[in-house]
Design a protein around this ligand. Structure first.
Ligand code: SER
Length: 317
């Protein structure tokens, strides 16, 4: 094929589902090859199964489809990773390594999602700076710190055009997160719309950096479309949207659903959340490539609730 194809790994995941759709809307369905470990039905058009540990298959797909860019979203998230650290390390690290090697060989542009999980208890928690101590307390965070450094290395040594942001917790109505510490912030909206009470696995005052999906997708595409010389950080950019606690999001939801109830039963994820920042200083992203978030908590909450209402209404009718 002589086209310039964009390959997405982890295309059936929380961000992949939405990003793939947006890429197809912009560049055309046949310009985007969605891949994942297995077909789940989310992305049926132009889909190939791909285990990111299988470098031979990755190369074969790059050659077959004329791939020029990779959005490498396949990864094991923070909470799930703690259940099986060695496996999480293998997928997150060896997977990225295969992508970077392929990018070097075929001259590809790569997007690598890093995370607020790169930070740990040694980092200032409020307005966490770009260049802070990176001493994470989860295997996921360790793999993202190492990944960021490998990205920078491949850029410096081999000129690979790799770009990355440290995503906060991502909240969207189109897809569900799988195995993260910030998942509560999606689940809580689903419970509210279903008319159910929600039991939160973090305490009421746990403030974390979050971002609404449309902002996350826009940040990703703006970063990838920026002229190369503007991307002066090749490890990963701090990125901020909005910060809130479970109690604050509950109050916001109660403006729409006054009877909505939340109880709190912190589990092992509380410790992870307590090691992460409360808010992020993203001034380099703003300065270098013009990042600016659009959604605060009230706008996000009303948009989430409206879309979820439509979704549940359609699924019962
Ligand atoms: N949302 C992710 C997680 O909770 C953080 O990058 O694991």
């Amino acid at each position: 094929m002589e086209t310039e194809t964009i390959l997405v790994t982890g295309a059936n995941g929380q961000i992949g589902t939405v990003l793939t759709e947006e890429l197809r809307r912009r560049f055309g369905t046949s310009a985007v090859l969605s891949t994942d470990i297995r077909q789940t039905g989310a992305n049926n058009i132009l889909f190939e199964e791909l285990d990111v540990l299988d470098s031979a298959r990755l190369s074969a797909l790059i050659e077959k489809y004329g791939v020029k860019q990779i959005y490498h979203l396949a990864a094991i998230l923070s909470a799930k990773g703690e259940k099986n650290p060695k496996w999480a390390w293998e997928i997150n690290m060896a997977g990225l390594f295969n992508i970077l090697e392929a990018a070097r060989k075929y001259g590809l542009r790569v997007f690598f999602p890093s995370s607020i999980a790169v930070f740990g208890g040694m980092t200032p928690r409020v307005d966490t700076p770009q260049h802070a101590v990176l001493q994470p307390e989860t295997v996921y965070g360790i793999s993202k710190v190492a990944g960021e450094n490998w990205c920078q290395y491949f850029h410096q040594k081999y000129g690979v055009d790799v770009r990355s942001v440290r995503y906060p917790g991502i909240i969207g109505y189109e897809s569900l997160p799988g195995g993260g510490t910030t998942d509560y912030a999606v689940e809580i909206f689903h419970s509210a719309v279903k008319g159910e009470a929600y039991e939160c696995f973090l305490g009421p005052d746990t403030r974390l950096p979050m971002m609404y999906m449309p902002d996350a997708i826009r940040a990703t595409l703006e970063l990838m479309e920026a002229p190369s010389e503007k991307i002066r950080i090749r490890s990963s950019y701090n990125l901020a949207g909005v910060s809130f606690t479970p109690a604050e999001v509950k109050e916001e939801i109660q403006k729409h659903y006054p009877a909505f109830e939340v109880s709190y039963k912190p589990d092992f994820r509380q410790e992870i959340a307590s090691s992460w920042p409360e808010s992020i200083d993203d001034s380099y992203a703003r300065e270098h490539w013009g990042w600016k978030p659009q959604y605060g908590l009230p706008e996000m909450a009303s948009d989430m609730l409206e879309h979820l209402r439509e979704y549940y209404a359609a699924s019962v009718s």
